[in-house]
Design a protein around this ligand. Structure first.
Ligand code: NAD
Length: 379
């Protein structure tokens, strides 16, 4: 019978938890045992009592005797080195492990002889959709970014006909229309804004238009941006420079820019430079969701709001942590969807031939499986 441990997350500002009473119940019905650290779900609104009621056992993280018998750890972010060192060889760690260029993670996994699945690396195939934690969390980030922008903006979002006259709708420019960007578009539209969108993957145009937004055509250049497995590939400096020129006028007329453009494992593209910011209207707002990957907007700072010549630059990190209850519920369902097919009669069997496992397995019993990801100079 597989024994799962769910730690209280220790990363700064982390409020999510990897299981909810709903998923604990399901794991137990599959024949697994769930041990959860006391208080692990508190910040997401799931109390210890609710876990106990569905059959989980509460334990303390310093219960070394129990940790020595654990088969797998379900987490949101990377557990500490100290915690990993208490786990028996072969323990499986599953979570958003931030694998790109993470030498420290690699050495911890090697030292402990641990197996690890990084959810960031799940292949983007149809079968993986229900387990896709990047998408469930990006969706929340996209939604929350627009709410942040709306409350920071000095104008209304919707068009209003009032006795004092008509108010024009806000113009929102969304940069990057992946999961977060599409949700940002939908949320801005629901609030009544007029939305313009830039992305380098041509497939996105139709999705953007179906949400009622306008697609900004790509620069005329022989280089055609490409994609791999649903993700954009990095474009050249020349392409980016032309893209910025093209976006300058759109941004000069915008009230809000929502920046979500990313290329996995690479520095985020710089899409708003200082000259472009100089032309933005005082009172306008830029929300940069790519800030921790280097930022789409010049000068944005992680978890900070900077007032630059009247333009508010919001460095929006950790947005899913600001909606911890739903972020945890969706994340916990992602984990259940990934693990359910791997559990037979209560035993967890990591089938390394399975496409989803093959794609996300970064370490097997301490042997690093994809050094090009973990040891590369990622971001
Ligand atoms: P992401 O977070 O890596 O990037 C966000 C967006 O930024 C992408 O749309 C990308 O094209 C865009 N971008 C990159 N460089 C840019 C630039 N210079 N200018 C403007 N935009 C730029 O992407 P994501 O949100 O994780 O998803 C990417 C795609 O994968 C989406 O189309 C999504 O629908 C698809 N997807 C598929 C599955 C599946 O089939 N299982 C699951 C999730 C997502």
């Amino acid at each position: 019978m597989a024994r799962f441990f769910i730690p209280l997350e220790t990363a700064p500002r982390e409020t999510r938890v990897a299981v909810t009473p709903e998923t604990v119940k399901k794991f137990i019905s599959l024949g697994c045992s769930i041990f959860i650290e006391a208080g692990a779900g508190k910040s997401a609104g799931f109390l210890d009592k609710a876990y106990e009621e569905v059959g989980a056992k509460l334990i303390e993280q310093d219960n070394e005797e129990l940790l020595a018998r654990i088969d797998a750890v379900l987490c949101v972010q990377n557990p500490s080195k100290d915690f990993l060192s208490k786990l028996p060889k072969g323990t499986i760690i599953i979570g958003l492990l931030a694998p790109y260029g993470n030498n420290l993670l690699a050495s911890n996994l090697e030292a402990g002889g641990l197996t690890a699945l990084a959810l960031e690396l799940l292949p983007r195939i149809s079968r993986a959709q229900s387990a896709d934690a990047l998408s469930s969390q990006a969706n929340i980030a996209g939604y929350k970014s627009v709410l942040l922008a709306a409350s920071a903006l000095d104008r209304y979002f919707p068009m209003l006909m009032t006795a004092a006259g008509t108010v024009q709708p806000a113009k929102v420019v969304v940069l990057g229309a992946g999961v977060a960007g599409l949700q940002a578009i939908a949320t801005a539209k629901r609030l009544g804004a007029v939305v313009y969108v830039s992305d380098i993957r041509p497939a996105v145009k139709e999705q953007v238009e179906s949400l009622g937004a306008r697609f900004i055509e790509l620069p005329e250049i022989t280089e055609k941006p490409s994609e791999s497995g649903g993700y954009a590939r990095e474009v050249s400096a020349e392409f980016l420079s032309l893209q910025r020129q093209q976006l300058t006028n759109q941004l000069a007329e915008a009230d809000v820019a929502i920046c979500t453009a990313q290329v996995p494992g690479k520095k985020a593209p710089l899409l708003i430079d200082d000259q472009m910011l100089d032309q933005m209207r005082p009172g306008s707002v830029v929300v940069d969701l790519a800030v921790d990957q280097g930022g789409n907007c010049s000068g944005s700072k992680s978890r900070d709001t900077i007032l630059r010549k009247g333009v508010k630059l919001i460095g929006a990190s950790d947005l899913p942590c600001s909606v911890p209850n739903h972020a945890s519920s969706l994340y916990a369902r992602n984990l259940l969807a990934l693990l359910n097919p791997l559990i037979t009669n209560g035993a967890l069997i990591i089938n390394t031939e399975d496409e989803l496992i093959k794609g996300s397995l970064i370490s097997k019993d301490g042997v690093i499986r994809c050094p090009e990801v973990l040891l590369a100079g990622g971001n």
